[in-house]
Design a protein around this ligand. Sequence first.
Ligand code: SAM
Length: 263
Amino acid sequence: MIKLSKRLQIIADYVTAGARMADIGSDHAMLPVYLLQAGKCPSAIAGELNTGPFQAAKKQIAEAGLTKVIAARQGNGLAVLTPGEADTVTIAGMGGALMVEILEAGRSAGKLAGVRELVLQPNVGEELVRKWLVLHGYVLQAETILEEDGRIYEVLHALSASHSPSSIRNEDVYDPAFLQTAMDTERKREWLYRMGPYLLRERAELLHDKWQHEHGKLQRICSQLAQSGLAESRDKEVQLREEMNAIQEVLSCLRTAKPSSSF
Ligand code: SAM
C-alpha cells in the first residue's frame, strides 16, 4: 500500500468512507490509489490537466493494478466529470484562486450536482475558498493546519448544506461575535475567512506561527518602504501597518479570550 505524506493523509482521512471520489489536479494519483488500496472508496477518478502528471497518474494506477476502479482522465478541472458520478471531490496543492476558478467553472457547468463533500487544500488564498463555499451552499465541518517540510498547510472539509448536520450552519461557523475585539462586524468576519473559523476556535499553535510569520514579512516590507521618499510608498506603508495591527489584534484576542469550541 502506498504511503501518503502527512498532508495527503489528512485529506484522505476527511474523505467519507464509501464515497465515489474524484481527485482534481491529481498529479501522481497518490490520493485515489491510497483510498482504493485502503478500501475506503469503491471507485475514483483522477483528473489532471497536464500531460506529464496525467501520464504519471496513469502509471501509478496501472502499477497498483487499479485501472478497473480508478479512471485517469485528462482535462481542465471538473470538466472531466459527468454530473452525478462523484460524491466527494478533493482538490489539493494549488492556489486558492485557481481552486475557486475550477470550482466555479464546474458548478456553472452542473458538475457539482450530487457532490456532497469537498476536501480542499489551497496552498495560499484560503479565504477565497472559504468564501466560495459559503456562497455556494457548502458548510465547513472542520479544518486542519499542519506543517510539513517547513511549510504550513491548511485542509478544509466541507459538506453540502443538505448533508451538513443541522447543528453546523454557516451563520454560526462565521459568527463574528466569536472574535472579542473592537473591530467592526465586517472586519471580524473577514478575519474569520482569512484565518479559519475552526483554527481560530481551536487556537491552533501553527495558526499563530503562520500569522506571526506573515506579520514579520509585512514588517520587513514596511522597513523597505520607509526608506522610499515616494508618496505611494507612504500610503502602502499605512495600509500594511493597519494589516499588521489587525493581525496582532486577532492573535492577542486568541491569547486572552476563551473561545467556545461549539456553535
Ligand atoms: N493534488 C496533488 C497534491 O496535492 O499532491 C498534486 C498537486 S500539484 C502541485 C497540482 C496539480 O494540479 C498539477 O499536477 C497540475 O498539473 C494540476 N492542475 C493545475 N491546474 C489544473 C486544472 N485546471 N485542472 C486539473 N489539474 C490541474
